[in-house]
Design a protein. Structure first.
Length: 259
């Protein structure tokens, strides 16, 4: 590879880099994350990281799976954080590779707090979150001058697995023309009902994205009133991304992948 015309940070032993792997397509990996992968001694990676991306790590690097999936046996968060500290204090260059962006509905901040308390140095390398990259690959713009001047990212469930109880549905429905829900498939019926009750039109366009940016990407176009039934009928399983708002209608023109 030709030398880059700028200097990337040196990955020092004893450091942890928390890096975003993007939503799936390796083409969306940032230079910073790729640089970290190529110089890591250990890569601690999540369930949503595309295995193709891990091939950038050197053959000498240890690859440690630390994925967590709802409803399935998973590594406990405290164990992951403690492992990062242990590896760093042993002098390893540790890359904590997370799907999407480390700080968007992930546990990146919690892991950083543990590192801070343990005196471990770290660097944050942002990644392209699914709400940005996934929409682009579905041909759905987050904003256009003709549709919306605001967009809201919302998690579909809390750490306990319930619908967040601190959402002001009325304010959300009235104030955000476009809403992007992460991890909301399980509670989509309740979420859509809340939005309709708060004044959103049942005929409002909705898109449900599965395997966003992967070759197997599926985009289901539906409406707010029927999205939950259509999701079940289509057999789409989590994780999915759900987009509500007028921008979904632009997909018929901007669907550059042609799926």
């Amino acid at each position: 590879m030709k030398d880059l015309p700028f200097i990337l940070p040196k990955f020092e032993p004893g450091w942890v880099w928390l890096a975003g792997a993007g939503p799936g397509d390796p083409a969306l990996l940032t230079l910073g994350s790729a640089h970290g992968l190529r110089h890591a001694d250990v890569v601690v990676y999540d369930a949503l990281v595309n295995p193709e991306i891990l091939k950038l790590a050197p053959e000498s690097a240890e690859l440690e799976y630390a994925g967590k999936r709802g409803g399935k046996p998973s590594v406990k968060q405290v164990g992951i954080s403690e492992r990062l500290v242990e590896l760093a204090k042993s002098g390893k260059r540790v890359l904590r590779l997370k799907g999407g962006d480390p700080f968007v509905f992930g546990r990146g901040a919690e892991e950083c707090m543990v590192l801070v308390n343990a005196g471990v140095k770290f660097r944050i390398i942002p990644g392209i979150t699914a709400g940005v990259g996934g929409l682009a690959y579905a041909g759905i713009p987050m904003t256009t001058r003709g549709t919306n001047t605001a967009v809201t990212f919302i998690t579909g469930h809390t750490a306990s697995g319930d619908v967040p109880d601190n959402i002001n549905w009325q304010a959300l429905a009235e104030g955000s023309p476009v809403m992007i829900f992460y991890m909301a498939a399980k509670h989509l019926g309740q979420i859509s009902s809340q939005l309709i009750k708060a004044g959103r039109n049942a005929d409002e366009p909705v898109a449900i994205l599965q395997k966003a940016t992967f070759p197997e990407q599926v985009v289901l176009e539906t409406t707010l009133g029927s999205c939950n039934d259509d999701l079940k009928r289509a057999g789409l399983t989590p994780p999915v991304l759900i987009v509500v708002g007028p921008v979904v209608s632009l997909r018929k023109t901007l669907n550059w992948l042609g799926d």
